[in-house]
Design a protein. Structure first.
Length: 559
């Protein structure tokens, strides 16, 4: 969408000249450094509905006064930036608000201009360049938490990641739904699964949050008026503006993104209760399908996925791309209304009497005179300005989200089976029925987070004739998905099960503990097979033993 937009500090072809007043404050370790507006020679700002990024370059003299920014700028301390832009001349009353962003510096650079002919080669000016973005984008793109929440909601999981200067309000009912578990499996994680010897999940928490919004049909919004993030169910109401006059606009272009022509079919591939749900698409071509194969034994999970797919926006609708001829003479940024005054522009143009909402504002300003001494330390100067806006129709809201990496699941971690049945030293199993889902579930303790999670009881790889639930303290490898967990494999034999290698034996051990059990074994003694079944209860034992030339039936009390 923005392929024609130039990178910061590449001189774009400006539409016009404009006197602009910049305000720039860099705060480092609590100290605010204010940069005079006219000292700024270059500025690029890409402001989206979900956040912003940009770059700015400015001069500071060193000969006329001490450059107090230099020592802290060249350290590794976090730099907070507040950048404001506003027009200077012919302003209406009351004057429009400045376009202000408050973010965090990412990259920075420094160039010194010195007197080469003067003894000691003293520095005359320093040219500072900084790249910046909104706080969530900067900090959460470096945030890779691996956390486990039990009987909690997604709103809690997200709020746990909020740190200053990020401010976030969540008004999204699905995020308040309590889940049996929530796993944030982010960052570099080793995988243990068939055919894989290792790998990594490169999705950050920022990627996770954007992916969550995309899957759940949520809006992730940056409020430029309050410098505040919103995660909500509905699109924000556009901020009212006055209709723009034709002389304020250079070019106006409408376009329509490619429409989806397939029908989405959700297929629940379970043996009992299989189902196919179709999501309607009025623009689809008959016979062109997008089948999504799922396996949900719990019906409401399949129904919930169907609802999410149904609520997704199939039609992007009409989009608008506007190049302004001047800095808007009214308060204007993403989430502001855009209209053309049809009484002046004419009722026959396509965009007459239509209302749009801005999604993106792309601003490029390069000083007409880039010499360091020109208008040094003044409030404003003249720039070559490009101001572009991209938006959609107000009555057809769309959730605009950045590109992101999709998080990869599962996360593998070890756990121990929990049982509330019997004494603490007994090998008992405990799989109570979940009243909400009707499924039988283990309770598994995850020592890493000191949390106990539910895991559905399933036969796994056993033949259907066998029933061998895992008993207390069985060590398991657990695969954690976002909302559910599954048992991948058993990591150790139980006490007394493993046989010495010299016997080349096989062994099944039933029972609660060493003095209350039944053993079934097949082993080699003197290279000859021996099959034995031995039952033990305290001192009382019963033995069936078959070996070469004899069958032994024995019952006795052992000492």
């Amino acid at each position: 969408m923005l392929n024609n937009f130039l990178h910061p500090f590449m001189s774009p072809e400006a539409n016009h000249s404009e006197s602009l007043a910049f305000s720039l404050t860099l705060t480092i370790n609590g100290t605010a450094h204010k940069i005079p507006g006219a000292n700024i020679k270059q500025c690029e700002l890409q402001a989206y509905s979900y956040g912003f990024s940009g770059a700015v370059g400015f001069y500071l003299p060193d000969e006329q006064r001490q450059d107090e920014l230099l020592p802290e700028f060249t350290a590794e301390s976090l730099i907070n930036i507040e950048l404001g832009i506003k027009a200077v001349h012919n302003l209406p009353k009351p004057a429009p608000d400045a376009f202000v962003v408050k973010g965090v510096v990412t990259k920075k650079s420094l160039t010194e201009l010195s007197y080469e002919q003067v003894s000691g080669n003293p520095v005359l000016y320093r040219y500072y360049q900084i790249h910046f973005a909104d706080p969530a984008q900067v900090l959460w793109k470096q945030h890779y938490p691996s956390e486990l929440l039990v009987k909690d909601c997604m709103a809690s999981a997200i709020k746990m990641q909020v740190v200053p200067p990020i401010n976030l309000t969540i008004n999204f009912p699905p995020a308040d739904e309590v889940q049996p578990l929530i796993s944030l499996a982010l960052g570099n994680t080793e995988y243990i699964s068939p055919g894989e010897t290792g790998g990594s999940n490169n999705a950050s928490f920022y990627d996770f949050l954007i992916d969550y919004c995309a899957r759940e049909n949520a809006f992730f919004i940056y409020d430029y008026e309050r410098q505040h993030y919103l995660l909500q169910a509905d699109a924000p109401e556009p901020k009212s503006t006055q209709p723009f006059l034709p002389h304020e606009i250079s070019t106006l272009h409408q376009h329509w993104p490619s429409s989806r022509r397939s029908i989405t079919n959700l297929l629940n591939g379970v043996a009992v209760g299989s189902k196919k749900n179709t999501v309607k698409n009025s623009n689809a071509v008959t016979g062109i399908n997008h089948d999504i194969l799922l396996r949900h034994n719990i019906d409401h999970r399949f129904s919930s996925r169907t609802c999410k797919e149904t609520d997704k926006k199939m039609d992007h609708g009409e989009q608008i791309d506007v190049h302004f001829r001047q800095w808007p003479l009214q308060t204007f940024w993403p989430h502001c209304q855009f209209q053309i005054n049809a009484n002046v522009n004419g009722k026959h143009v396509f965009h007459a009497d239509k209302s749009y909402c801005s999604d993106t504002c792309l601003i490029s300003a390069t000083a007409i005179d880039c010499t360091p001494e020109h208008n040094l330390d003044l409030h404003f100067t003249q720039y070559k300005l490009t101001y572009r806006m991209i938006g959609h129709k107000t009555d057809a809201p769309v959730s605009v989200l950045p590109d992101y990496k999709k998080p990869t699941y599962p996360l593998y971690v070890e756990g121990l089976v929990v049982s509330d049945v019997g004494a603490a030293d007994e090998k008992t199993f405990d799989v109570p029925r979940n009243d909400q889902t009707g499924q039988f579930e283990y309770k598994v303790h995850i020592p890493l987070w000191d949390k106990t999670i539910p895991i559905m009881l399933e036969p796994d790889f056993l033949n259907s004739h066998f029933y061998f639930p895992f008993y207390r303290n069985t060590r398991l490898l657990i695969g954690l998905d976002l909302y559910r967990a599954h048992i991948y494999k058993v990591l150790s034999w139980g006490d007394g099960v493993q046989m010495p290698q010299i016997t080349q034996g096989n062994h099944i051990l039933f029972g609660k503990k060493t003095n209350d059990e039944t053993s079934l074994s097949h082993a080699y003694e003197n290279s000859k097979p021996v099959f034995a079944i031995k039952r033990k209860k305290e001192k009382d034992t019963e033995l069936l033993r078959m070996e070469e030339g004899s069958i032994i039936f024995q019952t006795c009390e052992e000492p």
